[in-house]
Design a protein around this ligand. Sequence first.
Ligand code: SF4
Ligand code: SF4
Length: 351
Amino acid sequence: MRCLHCGTAAGKMRPDELTTEEALNLIDEMAELGTVGIILSGGEPLLRRDWRKMTERITQNNIKVGIITNGYAVTKEVVDDFERLGMSTVGVSFDGTEKTHNYIRQRDDSWSRALNAMRLMTENGNVRYEAVTQVSNINFGELDQIRDQLIDVGCPMWRIQMTTSTGRMNENRDLVLSFDNFPRLVDQCLEYKEDTRINFDVGENIGYYGCKGQELWNDRRYLGCFAGTRVLGIESNGDIKGCLSMPEEFVEGNIRDSSLTEIWNNPDGFAYNRKFTRDLAEGECHDCKYLPLCRGGCTVTSYSATGCRANNPYCIYRLEKAQGIECEDSPVITEMLEPFKEAMADVYEKA
Ligand code: SF4
Ligand code: SF4
């Protein structure tokens, strides 16, 4: 496939992909580093002939394993292997009605294959799976139809996230969700959360605080982007980033030059999160009382929209504030903000 929204602009196999041996050694090293979960993603991870070996090695190391697939290569045998190998969750990309999904993925039978993958997992009954939808201006108007289709196929869980202008989408920036559509998307998400026919959640780039942000996140403690602090992304060629969605300039090293352990333990590494200070924020985020918790939300979303790690225009709180709407913080959020009040005194004084 050649998905228009692909954050990594995936296409042909890289000539320097990690070998099976390198991948298996890396899994062992991750176990030594204390890794608790690994998601096999892509591109399309099922195109690697050794995905079963990798999955086995991950579970042998007592690490949870999941996979995100476009569903194209999922047959009954593959579903049985998901079950046998202990795949803890399977995410299937599902982006619209047949015409739209096939257009986004640049392949005519991609919609029917993705739907078939979900149907097979529903029939199996023992493989936990969810549908993942990337929302852009292309499919924004089809969300109700997507939900209905997923309910029809028996999908238990639907997660949506917003497409950012990274990778191939950088050439299609006009297709990224418009600022007009963003608040509408939030309202729709709140509606979907109430739908008892399918579980629903949002990805890390739809939030964060404010009236509707609190409602959307159910008072969970949203503590910003974990790239390089609790998570990392490994490219198929061994490049290491804080998160796989990040563009090239966030590469911290390659495991063929330094070990993963050395890269992870580099005291200067992943500075945009590990050494985050208010100076790294710009615009509204710089003077936002939630900055110490939120750090501008999803790094990729902010960076791709404004070129700054923490100046995120896709923020519910920011939009509500511009309209003069402010809500009381919940007791949980009030308590979390308390230690930062002194450092953010200028912001509180203005408020
Ligand atoms: S304005 Fe920035 S720091 Fe404040 S909540 Fe929104 S994204 Fe987070
Ligand atoms: S940049 Fe951070 S918040 Fe955004 S998807 Fe990656 S890890 Fe999650």
